[in-house]
Design a protein around this ligand. Sequence first.
Ligand code: TRP
Length: 361
Amino acid sequence: MTTEAQLDYGTFEATLARSKQLEQDLQKNPQNYKVLTGDRPTGRLHIGHLFGSLQNRVRLHKLGVPTYIVIADYQVLTDRDTFENIAENVRQLTIDYLAAGIDPFDGKTFIFPHSHVPELNQLMIPFLTLVTNAELDRNPTVKEEIQASGQKRVNAGMYTYPVHQAADILFCKGNVVPVGKDQLPHLELTRTIARRFNDRFAKKQPVFPEPQPLLSEAPIILGLDGSQKMSKSRNNAIMLSADEDETAYLIKRAKTDSERTITYDPENRPEVANLLLMASLATGKNPEVIAEQIGDGGAGKLKQYLTEAMNEYLRPLRTKRKELEKNMDLIEQVLRDGVAAAREEAIQTLEEVREVMNMKL
Ligand code: TRP
């Protein structure tokens, strides 16, 4: 591999600039794109997911861009001991997608767990030969995840899942991947694999596109403890499936500070700023305006305001969620249809891959 360009995990600024251009072109030429996104089925989604990635997906989806949503059930095995609830988590995740506005009945939106698409998984084998151990070892997101999981023994799936993720993206020739910042190293690896595959096996006619990351504009929502990212496992999240009383209770317990007057100051008052940010996302008003409106009302008033705003904002989604939950047959049908469509694409791609690798019989 000495002649090949080094894998460059890139700068954030450059990616952001490219992402903005991509955003404009997507609006103009949606027909040139295929969106591929994914989640691990580790549980239900919370409002951090909704305002972060989900709404962005729904927006792209409404532009008419075909959308493939991979539920990365194999990836759960990289850093978690339990696999008991994976299928149930897949179903609950699907319910969250539909409740948030993803429409799998439009003929161009597919939701499927990758464990059910053998031809997708098979792509991982040639892909593994296109990267070095050292490159996988350097992936900053993987390093962080290893740290965070606190495992003494790290399984090889942990180091190689970014290659699997390349298969998730490339099996359908997805060329736009809406992601958060933490996923950028994986995207860079996917681009590198696509490029090296084409260079090595398909010089005349490239098989894979180099997919581009699309960074969502949405700001990162901290947990209700104000100190770290919102996450179910840290117990600091408002789940989409929570009811109104639970939501009120969670917000009531949220951490604030001792200053009475409410101001929007993310630098010095992160906890209060985070509550204002959530209120802003739920109402569409500026956080500064909300802060001014509450003023001397203090944290109590802010929490009350946020509770009402969030519950009102989430009401239609939660109603839809409840209805869907009663209709598991429909959810299973959505997944079966998604798997069937994904397999069709994957079979086709694997054929092309065999062809250029001289493995066709
Ligand atoms: N690694 C992603 C995460 O942890 C999930 C994922 C799997 C994914 N396959 C993907 C994301 C393909 C985007 C595209 O959240």
